[in-house]
Write a protein that binds this ligand. Structure first.
Ligand code: NAP
Length: 325
C-alpha cells in the first residue's frame, strides 16, 4: 500500500509518498481501507519539528474515514465492511490503510460522506471538549466562536446551536462569514474589522458573552477578557506565533472583575471517559444531522505537501482540507 512517510523534519516537501508493507491486525485491532484523510494544523507543527518529535520514519495523521478491511481476534465492536471514522490510529492515517485499536474507530452512517468522516475527530472532538468539558457551556448561554470559519470553529458553531446556545461567530472574509452563517450562527462578525468588539457588546445588550472558543489567543486573549459576561469562560484552543512562542499581555483585572476563567485545553489531555462522551455525542449528531462537517478542499494523497501549505495559516480557511488516497 501507499503511505506518506516523514524521514526528517522540515518544510512540507518532507511529506513523501512511498510504497510500504500492507498492514495486518493483531488481537483487538482492525485495519481500515482509507477513503479520506483529515489534515489538521497540528500535523504541520509536528512535521516542521516545533512539537515533540516522533521517531522517524513515520506516517502522520490521526483523522480519517473508510471501511473495515480486516479484524483481529476478539474484535467485537465492528466487522469487515463497516463504514467508520477514525479517532487516532497506531500506524498514522495519511495512507491507503490504517491500523487501529478497535476503540479508535466509530460508526459512520450513510448520511455522512467519507470526506466528512475524515473531518470529525480533531475538529469536532476539540470543539466538544472545549465547549462542554472545559467551558461548561449550557443551553441558553451565549457562545462567541472567535475564528468560526475553520475546522474547529465550524464544529463549535454547530455544537453550540445544537445545544440551544446563542452563537456569535467571526471570519475575516465575506465567503467565510457566509459559511459561518450557513452553519447556524445567529450573528456573524469580521475579526479583521475595527469595530467588531463593540458589536459583540451591542448584540448582548452590554452583558457580554458566557463562553468564548478562542482560535488565536496570542492575538485575542486580552480583548476576549473584556467581552466576557459575569462568570464567563474563555477556552484557549489555538495559539500561534513565531516558533510556536505566541505570547500576549493581558490585564488580569479584566478577569478579576468578572469572576472569569481562562481555560487552556488540548484534545490530547481528554480522558478515556471524555472520549466516550465525545464520540457518543458526535455519532448521534452526525446521525441526526445537527453535525455536518464542511469540506473546503479535497486533494490526492500524493499532494500532502500542498495540503499542509493550505492549513498552515497562509490561506483562508473555509472548512476542512481532506486527502483522498
Ligand atoms: P483552520 O481550519 O485553519 O481555521 C483557522 C481559523 O482561525 C479560521 O476560522 C480563521 O478565520 C481564524 N482566524 C484567523 N485569524 C484570526 C483572528 N485574528 N482572530 C480570530 N480568528 C482568526 O484551523 P482549525 O483546524 O480550525 O484550528 C484552529 C486553531 O486551533 C489552530 O491554531 C489549531 O492548531 C488549533 N487546534 C488546537 C487543538 C487543541 O487540542 N487545542 C485542536 C485542534 C486545533 P479566517 O480564515 O476567516 O481569518
Amino acid at each position: 500500500m501507499k503511505a506518506i512517510r516523514i524521514h526528517e523534519f522540515g518544510e512540507p516537501e518532507v511529506l513523501q509518498l512511498e510504497e510500504v508493507a500492507d498492514l495486518t491486525p493483531e488481537a483487538g485491532q482492525v485495519v481500515v481501507r482509507m477513503h479520506a484523510v483529515g489534515v489538521n494544523p497540528v500535523e504541520t507543527y509536528i512535521r516542521s519539528g516545533i512539537y515533540p518529535k516522533p521517531p522517524t520514519p513515520f506516517t502522520p495523521g490521526s483523522d480519517g474515514a473508510g471501511v473495515i478491511e480486516a479484524v483481529g481476534e476478539g474484535v467485537d465492536r465492528v466487522a469487515v465492511g463497516d463504514r467508520v471514522y477514525l479517532a487516532g490510529s497506531l500506524s498514522g492515517t495519511y495512507a491507503e490503510q490504517a491500523l487501529c485499536k478497535q476503540e479508535q474507530v466509530h460508526p459512520l452512517g450513510e448520511q455522512a460522506s467519507f470526506a466528512q468522516g475524515a473531518a470529525v475527530f480533531v475538529p469536532y472532538g476539540t470543539a466538544y471538549q472545549a465547549l462542554f468539558h472545559c467551558g461548561h457551556a449550557s443551553p441558553g448561554e451565549t457562545l462567541f466562536v472567535h475564528g468560526a470559519s475553520g475546522g474547529v470553529g465550524i464544529a463549535g458553531v454547530q455544537l453550540g446551536r445544537a445545544a440551544g446556545m446563542t452563537v456569535i461567530g467571526t471570519a475575516s472574509t465575506e465567503r467565510g462569514r457566509q459559511l459561518v452563517s450557513e452553519q447556524g450562527a445567529q450573528h456573524v462578525l469580521d475579526h479583521s474589522a475595527a469595530s467588531y468588539l463593540e458589536d459583540v457588546q451591542t448584540l448582548t445588550d452590554g452583558r457580554g458573552v458566557d463562553v468564548i472558543l478562542e482560535m488565536l489567543a496570542n492575538v485575542n486573549l486580552a480583548k476576549d477578557l473584556d467581552l466576557l459576561a459575569l462568570r464567563g469562560r474563555v477556552v484557549v484552543i489555538g495559539n500561534r506565533g513565531e516558533k510556536n512562542q505566541g505570547t500576549i499581555e493581558i490585564n488580569p483585572r479584566a478577569a478579576m472583575m468578572r469572576d472569569a476563567s481562562i481555560i487552556g485545553m488540548t484534545l490530547r489531555n481528554a480522558t478515556p471517559q471524555d472520549h466516550v462522551r465525545i464520540h457518543s455525542a458526535l455519532v448521534a449528531g452526525l446521525a441526526n444531522g445537527t453535525l455536518r462537517p464542511v469540506i473546503g478542499q479535497e486533494l490526492p494523497l500524493a499532494e500532502a505537501a500542498q495540503a499542509h501549505r493550505a492549513v498552515s495559516g497562509a490561506g483562508k480557511a473555509y472548512g476542512k482540507v481532506v486527502l483522498i488516497p
